[in-house]
Ligand binder design. Sequence first.
Ligand code: IMP
Ligand code: MG
Length: 176
Amino acid sequence: MQPRIPVLYTTQQLQERVHDLAADIASIMPKELVVVGLLKGSFIFCADLVREMHRAGLQPQMDFMTLSSYGKGKESSGKVDILQDVQEEVVGKTVLIVDDILESGRTLAFARNLLLSRGAADVKIVVLLDKPGKRKVAVEPDFTGFIVPDRFVVGYGLDHAGYHRELPFIGYLEAH
Ligand code: IMP
Ligand code: MG
């Protein structure tokens, strides 16, 4: 049986927010930039965002990185591993890291430091969701979609134990 997943942000709310985020990004960032999507969670957000960035006049190149700070559960393990690295050199490039949700900050702090240490000229961060109360490492996104309540959220790319990424909305799992 499918679990009941209450809706936090509808498809339309997500579309509108992603459109506005792309306009904010285009107002600050150069036309030529490299978008680095953090997999797997950001794949839907990234796909929608780059199409809105195109409409806003930007011409991004795309790359992806798979980082893991979570096991199969709901708590961060505290250590970040590179499961799959970017394929292109970032030396001298302007980079926009795209992630689904910022929680402890470990994943994004790690990704930003890694790309800067490899010589990226500038690294900015966009997250769809931010859970600010849970920060363990100082890192602030340059662009944020929504500030979310302290709930475990799923859908629009976000999973729990590999499930629910396909949901066209963002919902939350009720504690049981
Ligand atoms: P951080 O390193 O603790 O900031 O964790 C960020 C990563 O943890 C995100 O990219 C997600 O993959 C995952 N994560 C954190 N909170 C949630 C949640 O509520 N639902 C699904 N994934 C989450
Ligand atoms: Mg993630």
